[in-house]
Design a protein around this ligand. Structure first.
Ligand code: PEP
Ligand code: MG
Length: 599
């Protein structure tokens, strides 16, 4: 693979691997607007109110059409994102606040709307700084639609023009934005996008999830990028290193173009390994599983030949639902997902809300440290019925395939006992009601809180399997927010502390013969996989997009080689030393696959 010397660069967070060279296309703030702020006289109030109502109706109509289109073309779950936009567009408190400002303050509809959003944003300001607040992004999205219908030319901040403008371009463009809203992200489908660069948003933002699952290189956390880049500027995006180069010189450009070409060729070659067995060069079998968020992802997992679903994040069903989905809705949804992964084990994770994933209907309150707070399984005490219904739905769905149940964020043995009681109650309720369900659903816990890793022995007796959530385990271990670009360097999967804790968990599972999977992002990162395989891990769960690469990597290494690498790595004192050493080993084992690393 070519070597490239970096010139001037922006360092961000690598959220989706790959390299792209192309012309920038700026998506400016959807709320930018230069219409007059105030009405010229009170006689205009009524007509302004009518104009506002008309724009809202048009936006609602448009969103309803979008829901249908997305459901048909992408999937029900993605469509539900816009279902929640419909609820926002009809929100009585939002609409009446805007009307109030038009009537009482003589504001024009656009300025009243913009003011109301600012007030909402101020309430969430602290949370928004620390985490990418999806709900606020959704609100901005809805407001942008209404603003478009209020503007004379039906065009604000490039949102509406995105598809039209890009339809004419010959070469794929590099999308540069402060943030990417959900509807913008969805409207990228079928457009010529070479890469995405944003100023904010961590690895769990919609843009990151979307670009990763579609294989679009992306970098976030480039805080100054909008001040520097104009549409039409030449930009290089290196999604492996989180680097963005603006207006590079000819030599750098041609070097990166070569890397980009090689990247595409390699990707095309790798997907051909779908039907090959997942094993190392010396024939040690591994299980390569997929992380999914919805039914469409389950299909993608099947396309790349995943051995099963290692992590089904059910909270996306809740986030995109206007209220708590009931037992029957969940059962149907899980059943569809299981049927989209025929004959494979599907590991359904129970609700993991809180942290950066919130829903208004669960009464999520403001918390100074949401990741350290009322999150996930910790909500069970306050909402036992929600968890009970979910467990019932999973037990029923178990009749349609091989299903496992996975409990996230378990901190101690007491929580596990509480969950076990809930599972018993769910079984009893179903039996009493004469509803059939599977008695073969296996139970597992996620090890993602360091306390659980330390005291894992007590839990292993009561569960069938373990899944390590390295994303959270790392952030809690090193006390650094996983979505904050400023401390991203600390959230390093290849740090000595992380590897030692993993070694401890692997060892405990080995002693008791408990199957263990790792389902955090590091399971899709070639360097990390090399070390994990050498440490004895045999089950990896990752975004389907990474699976062909990891399969190819493991087929190029023997277990003895990997064990040697891991043994050496575990003696090293710093992340830098580890990274340097393992990068060199990776290029010996497979000179190409370093392309696909992104952390
Ligand atoms: C993890 O923490 O590693 C994990 C897989 O769960 P999530 O990313 O959904 O928190
Ligand atoms: Mg987690």
């Amino acid at each position: 693979m070519s070597r490239v010397t970096l010139l001037k660069m922006h360092q961000g967070v690598a959220v989706s691997p790959g390299v792209a060279v192309g012309l920038a296309y700026r998506v400016d703030s959807v709320l930018a607007h230069d219409a007059p702020e105030f009405l010229s006289g009170p006689e205009q109030v009524e007509s302004e109110l009518a104009r506002f109502d008309q724009a809202v109706s048009k936006a609602i109509e448009e969103i309803a059409q979008l829901v249908e289109k997305v459901a048909e073309q992408v999937g029900r779950n993605e469509a539900d994102i816009f279902g929640s936009h419909l609820t926002l567009a009809r929100d009585p408190s939002l609409l009446s606040s805007v009307r109030h400002k038009i009537r009482q303050e003589s504001r024009t509809a656009p300025s009243a709307l913009t003011e109301v959003v600012k007030e909402f944003a101020a309430v969430f300001a602290r949370l928004e700084q620390e985490h990418f607040r999806e709900r606020l992004a959704d609100l901005r999205d809805v407001v942008a639609r209404i603003l478009i219908h209020l503007s004379d030319d039906g065009e604000i901040g490039g949102l509406k023009g995105l598809a039209a403008n890009l339809s004419g371009v010959k070469e794929p463009v590099i999308l540069v934005a402060h943030e990417l809203l959900p509807s913008q992200a969805m409207s990228l489908d079928g457009l010529k996008i070479a890469a995405i660069v944003t100023e904010i948003g961590g690895t769990t933002s919609h843009a990151a999830i979307l670009s990763r699952s579609r294989g679009i290189p992306a970098v976030s956390g480039c805080s100054e990028i909008m001040a520097e880049v104009q549409s039409g500027d030449l930009v290089i995006v290196d999604g492996r290193e989180g680097v963005v180069l603006v207006r590079p010189d000819a030599e750098t450009t041609s070097a990166y173009r070569k890397v980009q070409r090689e990247f595409f060729q390699l990707k095309d070659r790798l997907v051909l390994n779908r039907d090959e067995p997942a094993m190392s060069r010396d024939g040690i079998q591994v299980e390569l599983l997929a992380n999914i968020n919805n039914v469409a992802d389950a299909t993608a997992a099947d396309v790349v030949g995943a051995n099963g679903i290692g992590l089904f994040r059910t909270e996306y069903l809740f986030i995109t639902h206007p209220n708590v989905p009931d037992e029957e809705e969940q059962y149907q949804y899980y059943r569809r997902t299981i049927e989209a992964a025929p004959n494979k084990t599907v590991t359904i994770r129970t609700l993991d809300l809180g942290g950066d994933k919130t829903v208004p209907y669960l009464g999520n309150r403001y918390e100074p440290n949401p990741f350290m707070g009322w999150r996930s399984i910790r909500m069970t005490k306050d909402h036992p019925k929600i968890f009970l219904n979910q467990i019932k739905a999973i037990l029923r769905a178990g009749l349609h395939g091989k299903v496992s149940m996975l409990f996230p964020m378990i901190t101690n043995y007491d929580e596990l006992r509480q969950i076990n009681r809930l599972v018993d109650d769910a079984k009893k309720e179903l039996s009493d009601a004469g509803v059939s369900f599977s008695r073969d659903v296996k139970k597992g816990v996620m090890i993602e809180v360091p306390a659980a890793a330390v005291c894992i022995d007590a839990m292993l007796r009561e569960i069938d399997f373990v899944s390590i959530g390295s994303n959270d385990l790392i952030q809690y271990l090193v006390a650094a927010d996983r979505d904050n670009p400023k401390v991203a360097h600390l959230c390093d999967p290849l740090s000595p502390a992380v590897l030692r804790v993993l070694q401890m968990v692997f060892e405990a599972c080995r002693r008791t013969g408990t199957p263990v999977t790792l389902c955090g992002e590091m399971a899709g990162q070639p360097r990390a996989v090399l070390v994990l395989f050498g440490m004895g891990l045999r089950r990896f769960s990752m975004s389907p997009a990474f699976l062909p690469t990891i399969k190819s990597l493991l087929s190029s290494v023997t277990s003895a080689q990997a064990e040697r690498f891991a043994h050496h790595v575990l003696q090293l004192k710093t992340s830098d030393e580890i990274r340097k050493y393992i990068s060199a080993r990776l290029s010996e084992v497979s000179k190409d696959l370093g392309m696909f690393d992104f952390n």
